[in-house]
Design a protein around this ligand. Structure first.
Ligand SMILES: CC(=O)N[C@H]1[C@@H](OP(=O)(O)OP(=O)(O)OC[C@H]2O[C@@H](n3ccc(=O)[nH]c3=O)[C@H](O)[C@@H]2O)O[C@H](CO)[C@@H](O)[C@@H]1O[C@H](C)C(=O)N[C@@H](C)C(=O)N[C@H](CCC(=O)O)C(=O)O
Ligand SMILES: Nc1ncnc2c1ncn2[C@@H]1O[C@H](COP(=O)(O)OP(=O)(O)OP(=O)(O)O)[C@@H](O)[C@H]1O
Ligand SMILES: N[C@H](CCC[C@H](N)C(=O)O)C(=O)O
Ligand SMILES: [Mg+2]
Length: 485
């Protein structure tokens, strides 16, 4: 791949240039360690480091041009220097031009909110494939270029990886792409330069305050996504969430609302519910789905609304909806021969835990006990830890607090942060077992026929991350091992 620097620079507002801008660029990089000869290096100020400090390293590795925010004191010979106002947002703009402006060739729909992004984006991708289109997906679990799986480290990849992926989707003939838009991605301009055909808001509850510091900043990061939607795009928002209307306050997109409770463009209610699935009323039409939980009704309604906004007939969408299956690690049930139901779910926020547990309790109707196994991730929002423990205890008969991904923290200290949220009375229901495998095994052994064991937090993850190393770990596998199935 190759492109003239001049063409790339049309996408950004240039403050100052020195050197040859007619030269060809063979790649874009924002990480000096990944630079290849002929690349353009973009220096970005990050949270840990300042990319400007790595300009020298990038040139050593063969970068022929540098885009930066702060003009470097010394310049290397033969290298073109370009100063821009905001290099973080320049990366996205430059990458999208470099990778052939993919969003002018396919319709891109973004999903944002605290919970439900993966579910909604994946279900839309599956649905539009049922309709016979080639599609792309960017999600926490995995990225897809039509049916080719591309593993991912992020919910929303960095702008270069993201545009490379979208470019490949367009080249492969994908008509639609669905992606999760995390709050980090909006705040860091990973989506700069992309043209969205639509945006979906799920909900907003506490998460990631380690990064955003305040709930308002977190909310505004999500809102900025809707502020940036172009005229002619659609916005689908959840008015059951108190921030639903705030999200779309300043958007140029056409606003559509969905709700399980209030007056809205798209409405649904649960007619019947069991551990096997639900029967729903969606805008006056009945449909059966193998999903469980009120939050999933909300997710399915968002999928329905978006598909209709994208021009699909309501009847076709309902038929397609009934063929969809749950996403890996989202409320997946595993039954033992003795009649214990284990549930693997990715609930890793207080709100998600409440939702999953209230669903379990609603279906169980006290005919059995609920045993919850949960932990919290290391090097992430510490404030959510005690609240997660409280919610687990309030909504379960017994709780085993264990490790999630400790990352660079001490597992026992994370557990202690969780236990600090509990009073003496609540502590009676709780034991803590650092070893997650042991914790799951203990919960399954405690359970009697009819009981439910909820294993929360890791969902689809097939690893446990300890001190930078990912060790194989799969909640499903451990449960099946204990159940002997
Ligand atoms: C806190 C955070 O979001 N960090 C992201 C951010 O990195 P950063 O700003 O900290 O970068 P930095 O380390 O300070 O470095 C600054 C710049 O110097 C460059 N550098 C650095 C070192 C070097 O030797 N050479 C060099 O050029 C870096 O490439 C970077 O461009 O920008 C990077 C590139 O886009 C991301 O990979 C990185 O994600 C880190 C690994 C991360 O863990 N992010 C998580 C929190 C995250 O983004 N999560 C969200 C939401 C999760 C969810 O709820 O689903 C996600 O979208 O995944
Ligand atoms: N609409 C919803 N409202 C509240 N909780 C939900 C909703 N949908 C899913 N959940 C809960 O949140 C968990 C994560 O769901 P999902 O992976 O779809 O969310 P996400 O927004 O992609 O999360 P992440 O921030 O990790 O990318 C689920 O396992 C479930 O417990
Ligand atoms: N992608 C999210 C969810 C992580 C889920 C949980 N298993 C954890 O490790 O905290 C994050 O990075 O915050
Ligand atoms: Mg996700």
């Amino acid at each position: 791949m190759m492109m003239e620097l001049d063409i790339l620079l049309k996408s950004v507002s240039v403050v100052r240039v020195e050197g040859d801008t007619a030269r060809n660029i063979t790649g874009i990089n924002m990480d000096s360690r990944l630079v290849q000869p002929g690349d353009l290096f973009v220096a970005v100020k990050g949270t840990q480091a300042d990319g400007h400090a790595y300009i020298g390293k990038a040139i050593e590795k063969g970068a022929v041009a540098v885009v930066c925010e702060a003009w470097p004191e010394v310049q290397a010979e033969g290298v073109t220097y370009v100063q821009v106002k905001d290099s973080e947002s320049a990366v996205g703009r430059l990458s999208t031009v470099f990778y052939g402006d993919p969003t002018s060739k396919l319709q891109l729909v973004g999903v944002t909110g605290t919970n439900g992004k993966t579910t909604i984006a994946t279900l839309l991708y599956n649905m539009f494939r049922v309709f016979g289109y080639k599609c792309g997906l960017c999600s926490t679990v995995c990225n897809y270029i039509d049916d080719e799986a591309v593993p991912t480290e992020h919910t929303t990849p960095d702008p270069i990886t993201l545009n490379r992926l979208l470019g490949r989707m367009a080249d492969e003939g994908c008509k639609y792409a669905f992606m999760e838009v995390s709050s980090h991605a909006v705040a860091q301009h990973r989506i700069a330069g992309l043209k969205f055909a639509g945006g979906i808001f799920t909900n907003l509850t506490r998460d990631h305050l380690d990064y955003h510091k305040t709930f308002e900043n977190y909310r505004d990061a999500k809102k900025a996504f809707f502020d940036g939607l172009p005229k002619g795009a659609f916005a689908v928002t959840n008015v059951d969430d108190r921030n639903g209307m705030i999200m779309v306050q300043n958007t140029k997109a056409v606003v559509n609302t969905y709700s399980l409770r209030a007056v809205a463009d798209f409405k649904a209610k649960v007619l019947e519910e069991s551990f096997e699935g639900m029967c729903l009323d969606v805008n006056g039409k009945e449909v059966s789905v193998p999903f469980i939980g009120r939050f999933n009704v909300s997710n399915l309604l968002a999928v329905y609304a978006a598909a209709v906004c994208m021009g699909r007939g309501a009847e076709d969408v309902l038929v397609a909806l009934s063929t969809l299956r749950p996403v890996n690690g989202r409320f997946e049930t595993i039954r033992s021969r003795e009649g214990v139901t284990a549930i693997v779910d990715y609930a890793h926020t207080p709100d998600a835990l409440v939702n999953v547990l209230s669903t379990v309790n609603e279906i169980l109707k006290r005919r059995g006990e609920v045993i919850t196994v949960c932990g919290a991730g290391g090097n992430r929002d510490k404030g959510k830890r005690p609240i997660m423990a409280q919610e687990a205890v309030k909504n379960s008969d017994r709780v085993i607090i264990t490790s999630d991904n400790p990352r660079f923290e001490e597992p026992q200290e994370i557990i202690n942060d969780m236990l600090a949220g509990l009073d003496k009375e609540q502590m009676r229901k709780v034991i803590s077992i650092v070893d997650r495998k042991e914790a799951i095994r203990t919960a399954c052994m405690m359970a009697r026929p009819g009981d439910v064991v909820l294993v929360a937090g890791k969902g689809h993850e097939d690893y446990q991350e300890v001190k930078g190393v990912k060790h194989h770990f799969d909640d499903h596998e451990v449960i099946k091992g204990v159940f002997g199935i």
